[in-house]
Design a protein. Structure first.
Length: 219
């Protein structure tokens, strides 16, 4: 469960997120829809404790990220594929993250399996990963702690059609398993494919918040 209360972030003269109040609950995909610069990433970064709110609060299970007892087990995120260290193999990245968070090593193979990656294929150091593989690795990392809350920031950007289909189905499955999934996109078509509820952001403000069917009916 994600709770936003009066959440606001200013960068100098720019108000990136403007007094956002929302509850994002389990068992569905909540879509964050808005053009580039609408404040989607900044909101997610505040939920993950990576940006500090100027005002208001972003909570996971009632606590700010920095006060979570077991963050890796409570919330996972795919922000972009750049978190993967190029000099390390994909597998080593997962193994290191698992180790530093007290996740049993066998979980690395489990999450690779979940995202359909062959452990041997991603084990070679320095191997250039396709964006699709990098995305899958990023999702595998986010799933290490089997967290009930997942944030996916523009996950289909730049993927080939197979990758897009896979991410959509995987996102749906995560919600159908009962997780809280927040998915951002600048495309209504992504919302139509995957979201149950759509929160529309513009210039950091909440513009609309409705079940997908209602939004489509309203045109
Ligand atoms: P979105 O994810 O919807 O594209 P962002 O949250 O990335 O939107 O950006 C919202 C606004 O905040 C934009 O105007 C962006 O330029 C600005 N912004 C985001 N991060 C920073 C930063 N670190 N410094 C200054 N401005 C930022
Ligand atoms: P560290 O290796 O010290 O945990 P990172 O740069 O990997 O540092 O992560 C910074 C913070 O972001 C940490 O508190 C970590 O728990 C959190 N974090 C990293 N990856 C994820 C993820 N996929 N989902 C949620 N939180 C994450």
């Amino acid at each position: 469960m994600i709770t936003l209360r009066g959440l606001t972030k200013r960068f100098g003269p720019t108000t990136a997120v403007d007094d956002l109040t929302l509850d994002i609950g389990p068992g569905q995909v909540t879509g964050f829809l808005g053009p580039n610069g609408a404040g989607k990433s900044t909101t997610m970064r505040m939920v993950l404790g990576l940006d500090r709110p100027t005002a208001g609060r972003a909570l996971v299970d009632g606590r700010p990220y920095r006060e979570l007892r077991h963050p890796l087990y409570q919330v996972g995120a795919l922000l972009d594929a750049t978190g993967i260290h190029p000099a390390r193999s994909g597998r080593a990245h997962l193994t290191a993250t698992a180790r530093s968070n007290g996740v049993p090593a066998r979980r690395v193979d489990e999450v690779l399996d979940l995202v359909g990656l062959d452990g041997r294929a991603v084990a070679k150091p320095g191997r250039a990963l396709s964006l699709g593989m990098a995305q899958r690795l990023g999702i595998a990392a986010a799933l290490l702690g089997d967290p009930p809350v997942l944030l996916l920031d523009e996950p289909v950007n730049g993927l080939d059609p197979d990758g897009v289909r896979w991410i959509r189905r995987f996102t749906r499955d995560l919600a159908d398993e009962g997780r809280t999934v927040l998915l951002s996109s600048h495309l209504m078509s992504e919302m139509q494919q995957t979201a149950d509820r759509v929160v529309v952001l513009g210039r950091g403000r909440l513009i609309a918040d409705a079940p997908l069917a209602e939004l489509i009916a309203a045109g």
